[in-house]
Design a protein around this ligand. Structure first.
Ligand code: URA
Length: 213
């Protein structure tokens, strides 16, 4: 799953790869320790200037389920762990409903650094971070990927479809089944959508079991 990363035009500093050039990300052979060190030291985009710390991901590195969100928020940036704010509590509830927990799944984000004021990730930030997530997926080898929210789903699947359009069916990411559902923060604002999200989780559960059979 190795990819080239296109550096944003303002990312290069003296001694770093030429701006605008495709560079081999070099993470495709890293193990967990090397990858987490690489992420902790990352200066590929301007978010490295504003972050408190990187947020690598958390959970079971041999998990059947991998949950992928958008980017750390303020609380995650402070604590260095994904989904620990209010949305995190909702994600914990969703996981509990399907007999999982944040220790049994692996949780990561498209971006490892917090965008200022929780703005959406810029395309060049997501591109610079992409191979970290790809390497995490390759290391975990989950049976099911659950993309929570539009930003995660669009980044993983490409395109600009809404969650309403992408949810409720099985997608495929390099041979791994992927289900899209609403972001827990959205479910906090729109609890009436929880039923649909529950259906998505049930679909993901079925796919994870079918894949294992
Ligand atoms: N929202 C996300 O998408 N990820 C987090 O880690 C926290 C909130």
């Amino acid at each position: 799953m190795g990819i080239d990363v296109w550096l944003p035009r303002n990312a290069a500093e003296p001694g770093e790869p030429e701006i605008g050039a495709a560079v081999s990300a070099g993470t495709e052979n890293l193990g967990w320790d090397g990858l987490s060190e690489c992420v902790a030291d990352c200066k590929r985009c301007e978010l490295s200037n504003s972050r408190t710390q990187t947020v690598f991901g958390v959970g079971n590195r041999d998990a059947d389920w991998m949950i992928i969100g958008e980017a750390p928020g303020a609380e995650e940036d402070r604590r260095g762990e994904p989904f620990v704010g209010r949305a995190g509590k909702m994600l914990d509830e969703m996981l509990r409903a399907i007999g999982q927990s944040r220790n049994s799944v692996f949780i990561a984000n498209v971006l490892k650094c917090r965008p200022p004021n929780n703005r959406d990730p810029k395309p060049e930030e997501a591109a610079a971070c992409r191979d970290y997530l790809e390497r995490q997926i390759a290391l975990v080898q989950p049976k099911i990927l659950l993309a929570v929210g539009k930003i995660a789903a669009q980044n993983l699947l490409g395109g600009d479809a809404s969650v309403a359009n992408m949810r409720g069916r099985a997608h495929d990411l390099n041979g791994i089944p992927l289900v899209v559902t609403y972001h827990p923060a959205y479910l906090l604002r729109s609890p009436s959508q929880k039923r649909k999200s529950w259906n998505d989780l049930c679909l993901a559960n079925r796919l994870s079991v079918e894949g294992a059979a």
